[in-house]
Design a protein around this ligand. Structure first.
Ligand SMILES: Nc1ncnc2c1ncn2[C@@H]1O[C@H](COP(=O)(O)OP(=O)(O)OP(=O)(O)O)[C@@H](O)[C@H]1O
Ligand SMILES: [Mg+2]
Length: 475
């Protein structure tokens, strides 16, 4: 809800309330109002309004005046907020002066908390409190100062979106045009991605290539942080929008979350690490580690009377390690522990995909089960990358590029294909790299490996992969 004086305007529900009471406003008039709001106190020319509201149609100018009149009528005592600039266009005055009457223009006026610039207040509400992540927040804030485009990458469920929301909350006061959150997770085609962007920013975008030019014009010279969330399915559009936004002026920043980098100019990536695991078995160390604190907080949020004896805490530490400190896996585990007990959960973790199901009702489908989270990443791989991931699951610990190539040769994958596929898996955090002298070693998180092995079983390749691996190990 955007608040301007005694008006409350919901872009989502396309509704205007005056002193809490809904007022009637036609659809075209509302479109014009959205444009004026998006301009954030700046002048919007008559041509611009015509282009947005009646694209590809020639209309009489007095049509526009009729709708402006309708907005003024709906605004009642706030009607003076719609200013006509003769021969030029219209402006919505957001800021009232200190005496609260008459209204004065745009940003030059006294700052009135009722009249925050348009992009404020658009972050998702009702997210659970953040646990830990102090280091990550400091690092992300620093990187955002250094670059106009920062992408948080990392495996599914590692906490990219949660961190981006937190950062946006913390820095929104630094941006005079506020922050906007654009959710892309449920979208997998270009047009819907542009629509999502338009909805989140409260604008209308023409179809096709004109949309990008329009985004550039609308954000030109502004100071805002745009969060593009879960870009992995619409990387091309997200990258194109990002380029345009950062070219719109040095005050613009894009914070993206994605399973892999967008690969746009000046992009910096930050790989979100797992929640910190206990560094040794000493009970206070285990208890104070980020991952254990997270697990216990999730368990307590469910109303469970979580035991705090030493044995239980050690078991939580073990569960956190086996689940690689991934928040989503720990959330699901805490839910299960409320029924099975921490001992029952730990004893059944070999079947992690069978046990870690039944996520929160409000969570998206890919967060309902641990397997769904992995399926989401697997779906985005090409056939060779999938095969290489499955076969690399045979390695219990870390391995070199050379051994990986030898193993997947048994699956008919050439060296060149293996190089490509391994790069693809690294860029999506499905393999991590341990630099060791001139040679790198690669490894998988335990959950990724368990998933790879399950896929190997499902594809009927397990026996061949195992015998190829056995020969390799003997040599
Ligand atoms: N530090 C944290 N404190 C509290 N909750 C967290 C934290 N990190 C993650 N979560 C919770 O864990 C779950 C997964 O996190 P999130 O959605 O941010 O992951 P993601 O990396 O964006 O996943 P995906 O790639 O599937 O979009 C969410 O319910 C989120 O609220
Ligand atoms: Mg996310």
């Amino acid at each position: 809800m955007i608040k301007i004086g005694s008006l409350d305007i919901s872009l989502e529900h396309r509704q205007v309330l005056l002193d809490g009471q809904p007022v009637r406003l036609g659809s075209r008039a509302f479109d014009i109002l959205v444009l004026l709001i998006a301009a954030d106190g700046k002048l919007v020319s008559r041509d611009e309004i015509m282009r947005h509201v009646w694209p590809n149609t020639v209309v009489e100018e007095n049509n526009l005046q009729v709708h402006i009149h309708a907005i003024r009528r709906a605004f009642g005592a706030e009607r003076e907020r719609i200013r006509t600039e003769p021969g030029r266009g219209y402006r919505l005055i957001l800021v009232a002066n200190r005496q609260n009457h008459p209204i004065q223009g745009g940003r030059e006026g006294a700052v009135n908390p009722d009249a925050l610039p348009v992009a404020h207040q658009r972050l998702p509400a009702g997210v659970p409190s953040l646990i830990g992540r102090d280091d990550a927040l400091t690092e992300i804030a620093r990187l955002l100062c250094d670059s106009q485009c920062l992408t948080l990458i990392g495996v599914g469920g590692i906490g990219k979106t949660r961190l981006a929301i937190e950062v946006a909350h913390r820095v929104q006061g630094d941006f005079s045009d506020g922050v906007v959150f654009v959710p892309f997770a449920s979208i997998d085609d270009s047009q819907s991605a542009f629509d999502a962007f338009a909805r989140a920013t409260g604008t209308r975008l023409s179809p096709g290539s004109e949309a990008l030019a329009q985004v550039g014009r609308e954000w030109s010279g502004r100071e805002a942080l745009i969060v593009l969330d879960n870009c992995e399915q619409v990387l091309d559009v997200a990258a194109a929008i990002t380029e345009v936004l950062i070219n719109a002026g040095s005050g613009m920043r894009v914070l993206a979350t994605s399973l892999e980098a967008m690969r746009v100019r000046d992009e910096i990536t930050y790989t979100v690490p797992p929640l910190a695991l206990p560094t040794d078995d000493e009970i206070t160390v285990v208890w104070h580690s980020e991952a254990v604190q997270f697990f216990v907080a999730c368990a307590r949020a469910l109303g469970a009377n979580f035991p705090s004896d030493e044995h239980s805490i050690r078991l939580v530490g073990e569960v956190c390690r086996r689940l690689d400190g991934i928040p989503l896996a720990l959330e699901l585990a805490a839910m299960r522990a409320s029924v099975l007990g921490i001992g029952g959960l730990a004893a059944n973790l070999d079947d992690r995909f069978g046990v870690l199901t039944g996520g929160r009702r409000s969570a998206p489908p890919r967060h309902q089960t641990l397997k769904a989270t992995l399926d989401w990443s697997y779906r985005l791989l090409d056939d060779v990358e999938r095969k290489v991931l499955r076969w690399l699951g045979m390695f219990v610990s870390s391995f070199t590029l050379e051994t990986a190539c030898l193993l997947v040769e048994g699956a008919g994958v050439s060296r060149t294909q293996a190089f490509e596929a391994i790069s693809g898996l690294v860029s999506r955090s499905l393999l991590s790299v341990d630099p060791e002298g001139p040679r790198h070693r690669y490894r998988m998180l335990e959950t990724t490996r368990a998933y790879a092995l399950q896929q190997l079983d499902d594809s009927g390749e397990r026996a061949t992969a195992a015998s190829t691996h056995a020969v390799l190990v003997e040599d």
